[in-house]
Design a protein around this ligand. Structure first.
Ligand code: FES
Length: 126
């Protein structure tokens, strides 16, 4: 299975316009993650950002197994040894760089990457 094309946030009902600041990345430490939520009425766009080995990755925060956010109660998205993103609901693990699920009930599927631009210490929608 090939990874899905990156999502453009303005395609989501609650997604922001292109050029919107999603989060500051200059304060995000290596192996640090953050949850980003946009709401429009009862529509929600749920994202996760993860810095990993100096790069920043942005995904829809939605597990391909059952559709829940990967995190349940905090902004930690990595497994205990820091090598993979992990879904706290049933333990699926994903390569940080690609979103590919290499372990768990949705093995072989992908997190949905989100298109972004990083500039001026921030992450912006495109
Ligand atoms: S919802 Fe993520 S592994 Fe089941």
């Amino acid at each position: 299975m090939r990874p899905p094309r990156p999502l453009h946030l303005d395609d989501l009902p609650a997604g922001p316009e292109p050029g919107t600041l999603l989060c500051r990345t200059d304060a995000l430490p290596d192996h640090g993650g953050a949850e980003i939520i946009f709401r429009d009425g009862d529509q929600v766009a749920h994202l996760l950002v993860q810095r990993y080995n100096g790069q920043v990755y942005l995904y829809e925060n939605r597990c391909p197994h059952a559709g829940t956010p990967l995190n349940l109660f905090d902004e930690r998205f990595l497994n205990t040894d820091g090598s993979s993103l992990i879904c706290r609901t049933h333990g699926a693990q994903f390569h940080v760089e690609t979103g590919y699920c290499h372990l768990g009930p949705c093995k072989g599927q992908y997190l949905r990457a989100v298109a972004f631009e990083e500039r001026d210490g921030g992450l912006y929608s495109v």
